[in-house]
Structures are given as C-alpha cells and as structure tokens.
Design a protein around this ligand. Structure first.
Ligand SMILES: [Zn+2]
Length: 216
C-alpha cells in the first residue's frame, strides 16, 4: 500500500519521496531561508489527525513558522515595534497564524498532488487517483494565487470600506500555464516544454536535467 497523506496514508516513506525531500533541504540550506520540506514532513506526522478533521496539530506548526517569518522579516525590513512587541507578527497574532496556516496547507496541497501525479508506485497502485492528481495539479497553485490576488483587491477597495461583505469577487478556475526549462551544462543547450517530460540533449544524448519552471 502506498500513501502520501490523506486517509490512505500508512506512514511509510518512499525512496522517491526521501530523495525529493533531501533535494529540497539542500536547496534551502542557507540559514536565512525557510525549509519547506521540514514543514511538509511535520504535516505528514499529523495527517492521521487531519484526515479525521482534527486540526489541533496545525496551530503549533504555524506558530513555529510565524517565528521564522518574523525573524526573516526583521532582518530585511524595519518593522515597527510597540515596546518589544512587533504587532501582527507575534506567534499569537491571529493574522500571522492564518497566513502561516495558508502557507503550510497550500504547500502541502501542491506537494501531495505533485507527488501523487509523479510517483510511479502510486501511479501503479492507484491509477485513477494518480491520473486525477495529474489533471488537477495545474489548477492547485493557480486557484490559490487567484483567490489571494482577488482578496488583495478587496482589501484595497475603499468603495466597500475594504471589506468582503455584500460584494462579489469572482475568480476563474483555470490551469497554470507553466514552462519547463531543461539545460545541458556541457553543451549549453536549453530546451523548453509545456509539460514535464524526459528531454534528451541533441548533442550528447544525455537526459537533460530540469533547470527551472516558470509561469507564462
Ligand atoms: Zn548535451
């Protein structure tokens, strides 16, 4: 049985998953960055509760993330203080806790759809679920970003006193249009595709690693 969280999770780990998590940790090894993989693995530990709609484990993780965000923002910006308090950015600040929960749940959702779409073991054992994950994945990030942008516009609108009541704010449910850029270091050749795929270098015939992705 395979699982990436959700009710089907059995708590086992996969080689593919482990490699992915190692990759993410290496990329964010700088002390001043926030390690997303460590939060994803903490969420994985409470997935059995979450899948029973018991969300009591989330605020603790979110508080930790708020501390990290506060530390990073403090090092980059001149945050205002009242005595020693940084209003809105303390670990018990409701606004920042909701922000952190948003980061955690958005990251976990995008990871779980990505992993379920890509992991060959999962694709073998849960074919339909894996195919749905592949279909839904391009919508996940896009819907989160669209909802965030729409909400920011509501918060900027004096005509409605900056509030969401008694107005409509629609978001279009559409796919993110992403481009995948592969690069052969040796031959300095770059290839772009619409979907992730195995790309072979025309000169050296080696599989080209994914250099980066971007949204159109
Ligand atoms: Zn090459």
């Amino acid at each position: 049985m395979v699982g990436f969280g959700g009710p089907e999770c059995d708590g086992k780990s996969f080689i593919g998953l482990d490699l992915m998590l190692i990759g993410i940790s290496i990329m964010s090894s700088s002390q001043r960055d926030i390690d997303v993989a460590s939060y994803l693995s903490e969420i994985e530990k409470i997935v059995p509760q979450l899948s029973k709609f018991d969300f009591t484990g989330l605020p603790g993780l979110a508080q930790r993330l708020v501390q990290e965000l506060k530390r990073e923002l403090n090092s980059k910006e001149s945050l205002m203080k009242v005595d020693t308090i940084v209003p809105l950015l303390e670990p018990n600040s409701f606004e920042s806790l909701i922000w952190a929960i948003g980061i955690l749940t958005s990251a976990w959702a995008n990871w779980v759809f990505s992993a379920k779409a890509n992991d060959p073991h999962y694709r073998f054992e849960r074919q339909e679920a894996a195919m749905n994950a592949q279909i839904v994945l391009p919508y996940v990030e896009k819907t989160i970003l669209s909802a965030m942008r729409a909400s920011e516009e509501i918060g900027r609108n004096p005509q409605n006193n900056f509030r969401p009541e008694n107005i409509r704010k629609l978001i279009r449910i559409e796919k993110a249009r992403k481009r995948y850029v592969y690069y052969c270091e040796k031959d300095k050749i770059e290839v772009e595709t619409d979907v992730p795929q195995d790309v072979v270098c025309e000169k050296c015939s080696q599989v080209m690693p994914l250099e980066y992705t971007y949204e159109e």
